[in-house]
Design a binder for this molecule. Structure first.
Ligand code: AMP
Length: 224
């Protein structure tokens, strides 16, 4: 079974994916994480991507699609969870084409719906561990020791694209380029709306309900 999570920046895609990976054994493909790793490693892709990411613009489709294509090929046979990819209708078409080469498809496209005022406060207060990527929030999920990750002890920082002016552009980019994916996945019958304004726990159990309703959860677990 293959699923994807899409929604605005700050809608909780990463948080929910993390649990689905941990508890159900999905293999996560997060283009945001892959691009940040490429920047850390100073690869050619990382150098190209950095300028787009720091402004809150999308990295060009061809670069992201080839990145994802490599990961899918290397991990064929796993149950994928796509997090933050696709972000444009042309990426969605490319993904369908790629998956069809492995005779697989997206079974559910979960849209995490969150009101805009919450997105801004979630993103501007978000802090991330430089080492293990655990996320915190200055008001709702503080570290025990200021600026230090509870899990690995590394420094916890604000992502450069979580600054307020970049957040505004990311949200604009989202409504122009990513929101139209709703129509794409509605028309192929995979779209599932999830209220992302609720507590993390509640959102997660709603995702599980949608997976279980179709008895496909067992298929995922049995493969892992
Ligand atoms: P995220 O961590 O998913 O919020 O992504 C951080 C940034 O990486 C985005 O604001 C984009 O600049 C870039 N990015 C991530 N995924 C994609 C994608 N599928 N297509 C284009 N750019 C992306």
């Amino acid at each position: 079974m293959n699923i994807l999570l899409f929604g605005a920046p700050g809608s909780g895609k990463g948080t929910q994916s993390f649990r689905l990976v941990k508890e159900l054994g999905f293999f996560q493909i997060s283009t945001g994480d892959l691009l940040r790793q490429a920047i850390k490693d100073s690869t050619d892709l990382g150098k190209l991507a950095q300028g787009f990411i720091s402004k809150g613009d999308l990295v060009p489709d061809d670069l992201v699609i080839s990145l994802v294509s490599d990961v899918i090929k290397k991990n064929a046979g796993k149950n994928f969870i796509f997090d933050g990819f696709p972000r444009t209708v042309s990426q969605a078409r490319a993904l369908d084409l790629l998956l069809s080469k492995f005779s697989i498809k997206i079974d559910r496209a979960f849209f995490l719906d969150v009101i805009e005022s919450s997105l801004v406060s979630r993103l501007s207060g978000r802090r991330v561990c430089k080492n293990c990527n655990t996320t915190y929030h200055i008001l709702t999920k503080q570290t025990q020791k200021e600026g230090v990750c509870d899990l690995c002890g590394a420094e916890v920082v604000q992502r450069l694209d979580d600054k307020e002016d970049v957040i505004r552009n990311r949200l604009k980019t989202y409504s122009e380029s990513t929101f139209p994916l709703k129509d794409y996945y509605t028309s192929n019958g995979t779209f599932v709306l999830v209220d992302g304004n609720q507590l993390e726990e509640v959102v997660y159990s709603n995702l599980l309900k949608h997976l279980k309703i179709n008895n496909e959860l067992d298929r995922v677990s049995s493969k892992c």
